[in-house]
Structures are given as structure tokens and as C-alpha cells.
Ligand binder design. Structure first.
Ligand code: ARG
Length: 457
């Protein structure tokens, strides 16, 4: 018989091209730890149920120990002829321990095996992602605390809108990444279900104990339906969707960093270790890290679409299409993990430049809304106040000054309600301090929000 595990009913060998086309070992070998863990739990259950002998289990455990060491040390010889990670490991086990190795696959199929491996792998990955988001958030909070009272122009339409503090602005990203954590943690619940026992699609004739295997592998439960267990990858799609949203948040932060470190803004300096130079222009310091994060968001979005498209036309149950789930998942995980590592570190490499932020704040009539609110509190309907302030802004623009620089008499031309207490509300500090409520930008509120954020980590 041929070298192929499944070649019994075949009468001619596979062509080299087909072999290369159908093999996944080049990329699925990274699930080797999960594959061995899954096999050991399965074997333990088979022995407990009397489906294999205790001696078989002992042989399998001993053999797998050696396989583990061979792979870990780089001595393992991966073979394209053996198609995927599962057959490579099983074949080596059998070479080491003989018949016990051949008994391992009793009551199991690669279909439930691979679904188990991916779920174990994703669960580990989600745990790493959650820890790194937390790390990023901790470092973000340190910066936000330093800058809790630092005024900067808040924008809408990228135009100066109202003063905010830099700390408040940064806390927006705490909220976004907090929701990202919730999404990954929620996705994890559905990842953490055991497919093993579904076998190829219909279940198996052996007296298996699926709950035992689930407990052994730390799953929260078993997949209830065998057809569903081997065929759906919705948990992977959810993972990619959560990843796409996370990357979208980091892409927005990246875009802001690119703008802020541009000399025309000059709001921040980013430590040299996150920047690169130009091969031709000696003066350049480029924000390559945020630019790349913005760019890599595209490939994560692409992976999400790839998996959705992979799934949409598949009849139940398992189809080989599903082998295409791995590269998008791995690529997404690698991209997200590296992005998080680098951004967690970069938070400590961002230095605010308050003088430039303040300078920008004096150029866009940032306290115009405060003047309108002032008039409203003196009894003017808001729409009338809005119009009066609009005229005052126009006048200030003609004179080339900011609102607080207009003389009192000049301001009184637009409304007789203006008194000399107006200047307190026209300052940046007055504007900030006045937004003193839950979720507002007053420095006292920002500090309280940081304290709450720490307890929500
Ligand atoms: N390498 C395959 C995958 O990734 C494993 C399952 C193969 N099953 C099969 N019947 N061909 O999906």
C-alpha cells in the first residue's frame, strides 16, 4: 500500500501539483501543541472508556512526549506527503510506538480534530490578546493622567471645535479598547466548545465520553450537534470581526498620531524608536509605525471577508474549503498581537507638546460655544445666542484676533447682555472647567474617569 494514510482505495498516486495544492502542513504545523494536547485528551478518554488498553495510552503518552520534544527543538521532519499537521504527528507517533499510535484515531476524524485544534489555538490567542489590550490600556492611562489637564483643540471635521484636555481625548481610546476586550471575551465563550466526538460528521459508534474530553481540555462545554461541530467556523469569523474593529480603533489612533506628530500640528513627539528616516531626505522622521498599523487594518478586514466568503456556500458538513480558514486566522492573530505589543510600548514614547496644542486652540474660536452658553444663561434663547456669537466671530476674524481679545465694548455690540464676567468663560481653562459632569472634559472629571478606568481594567 502507498505512503498515504488513506490510500487504501486509490489506484494511482497523487500528482505533485495536487499534493502541493491540497497540503496544509506548511501553515497548520503551528497548531502542533494544540494537536498533541487534543490527541492526549482523546486517548485518555479512550482508555478510561475501555476502548483502548491502558498500555496503549501509556505508549501514546510516551510517544507524544518525544514528538513534542522533537518539534520543540526543531528536529521534527515535517513532510508534505503527510498533508497536514495531524497526519505528520500521527505518523511519527506510530513510528515511535507502533500499534498504539495506530489506535489513537479510533472514534475520531481529522474533521473534528482540526476543529478542536483551531478552537484551542484561538482560545490561547484570545487570552494573549486580552492581556495585551490590558497592557496597552495601563500605559495609555499613565499618559492620560500626565495630560489630564492639558488643553488641546477638540475637533469636528478636523476643524477646531471646542477645547478638550489631551487626557480626555486619550480616554476615548480606553473606552474603544474596553469594548474590544468585551468582544474578544464574548467570542471566547463560543470558541470554547469541544467538537471532538463528532468524528467525520455523524458521531461515532464507540462509547465515548465527550464531557470528559471537554473538561480535560478546559472547554466550557461540547458542541451539541455533530454536523455543526465539524463544519461551522463562525467562531473564527467572530474573532476576525472583533479583530477588524480593534484594528479600526488603532487605525484611527494612528491617523491622529500621524497628524499630531506632523510639524504643522506639532502636538506630540514620538520616540525615535518608533520612527524611521528617509533614504534620500536627511531631515525626515516618518511615523512608519502608525502608518503601517493603519495599512495593516486593510489586511485584517480582508481576512474577515475571506472567512465570510469561505463559509457562505458550503453545504453541511465538513468541506475541504475549511482548510482555507487557517491562514486568515493566523495572519489576523499575528497582526493584532504585534500591533498591540508595539502600541502598548509606544504609549510610553509619546510626549505631549502643550504649547503647540494651546497655540492651535487660539486660532479657531474654540470658546464660541461657551460665549453662546453664557448668553443663554443670561436669558437669551439659544438660537439667538448662536446668531449673536456668529456675528462676533466674524468681527474677530476681520480684526484678526481671538474672541477673548475683543474689547468688552465690542462684544456688547452683539448683545447688551454681555458683562465683564464674560472673559472668565472665554478662556480655555474656563471652558474646560465648565464641562464638569460624568463623561465631560473638565480636568477633575478626567481624573475621576482615570480612577474608574483603573478599576475597570
Ligand atoms: N487539513 C484539514 C483542514 O485543515 C484537516 C481536515 C481534513 N479532513 C478531510 N477530510 N480532508 O481542514
Amino acid at each position: 500500500s502507498s505512503q498515504y494514510t488513506w490510500a487504501g482505495r486509490f489506484s494511482e498516486p497523487m500528482s505533485d501539483l495536487v499534493k502541493r495544492y491540497t497540503a496544509s502542513v506548511d501553515f497548520d504545523q503551528r497548531m502542533w501543541r494544540q494537536d498533541i494536547r487534543g490527541s492526549l485528551a482523546h486517548a485518555k478518554m479512550l482508555a478510561k472508556q475501555g476502548i483502548i488498553a491502558a498500555q496503549d495510552l501509556a505508549d501514546i503518552e510516551r510517544g507524544m512526549q518525544q514528538v513534542w520534544e522533537e518539534i520543540e527543538s526543531g528536529r521534527f521532519e515535517w513532510s508534505l506527503d503527510l498533508e497536514d499537521v495531524h497526519l505528520n504527528i500521527e505518523k511519527r507517533l506510530t513510528a515511535l510506538v507502533g500499534d498504539a499510535g495506530k489506535r489513537l484515531h479510533t472514534g475520531r476524524s481529522r474533521n473534528d480534530q482540526v476543529a478542536t485544534d483551531i478552537r484551542l489555538w484561538l482560545r490561547d490567542t484570545i487570552d494573549d490578546i486580552l492581556a495585551l489590550i490590558r497592557q496597552f490600556q495601563e500605559n495609555l492611562l499613565v499618559l492620560a493622567e500626565q495630560e489630564a489637564a492639558t488643553p488641546m483643540p477638540g475637533s469636528t471635521h478636523l476643524q477646531v471645535a471646542q477645547p478638550v484636555t489631551f487626557g480626555h481625548h486619550l480616554l476615548a481610546y480606553f473606552e474603544m479598547t474596553q469594548r474590544d476586550k468585551e468582544r474578544f471575551a464574548d467570542c471566547r465563550k463560543r470558541v470554547s466548545r469541544l467538537p471532538l466526538g463528532a468524528a467525520a460528521l455523524a458521531g461515532t459508534t464507540y462509547p465515548i465520553d465527550r464531557e470528559f474530553v471537554a473538561r480535560e481540555l478546559g472547554f466550557d462545554g461540547v458542541c451539541e450537534n455533530s454536523l455543526d461541530a465539524v463544519s461551522d467556523r463562525d467562531f473564527g469569523i467572530e474573532f476576525c470581526a472583533a479583530a477588524a474593529l480593534l484594528m479600526t480603533h488603532f487605525s484611527r489612533l494612528s491617523e491622529e498620531l500621524v497628524l499630531w506628530m506632523n510639524p504643522r500640528f506639532g502636538f506630540v513627539r514620538i520616540a525615535d524608536r518608533f520612527c524611521t528616516g528617509s533614504s534620500i531626505m536627511p531631515q525626515k522622521k516618518n511615523p512608519d509605525v502608525p502608518e503601517l498599523a493603519r495599512g495593516k487594518t486593510g489586511r485584517v478586514n480582508g481576512s474577515l471577508i475571506a472567512l465570510l466568503t469561505l463559509m457562505k456556500g458550503q453545504p453541511l458538513a465538513y468541506n475541504k474549503d475549511n482548510q482555507e480558514d487557517k491562514e486568515p486566522l493566523f495572519d489576523t492573530a499575528d497582526t493584532v498581537l504585534d500591533t498591540l505589543r508595539i502600541f502598548a510600548d509606544m504609549m510610553g514614547g509619546i510626549e505631549a507638546r502643550p504649547e503647540n496644542m494651546r497655540n492651535a486652540l487660539t486660532q479657531g474660536f474654540a470658546t464660541a460655544t461657551d460665549l453662546a452658553d453664557y448668553l443663554v444663561k443670561k436669558g437669551l434663547p439659544f438660537r439667538d445666542a448662536h446668531e449673536a456669537v456668529g456675528l462676533a466671530v466674524k468681527r474677530a476674524e476681520d480684526l484678526g484676533v481671538d474672541l477673548p481679545e475683543l474689547p468688552l465694548a465690542e462684544l456688547q455690540q452683539f448683545s447688551p447682555l454681555v458683562g465683564d464676567d464674560v472673559f472668565a468663560v472665554l478662556t480655555v481653562e474656563g471652558s474646560l472647567a465648565a464641562r464638569d459632569h460624568l463623561g465631560g472634559t473638565a480636568p477633575t472629571q478626567v481624573r475621576a474617569a482615570i480612577a474608574r478606568a483603573r478599576s475597570r481594567l
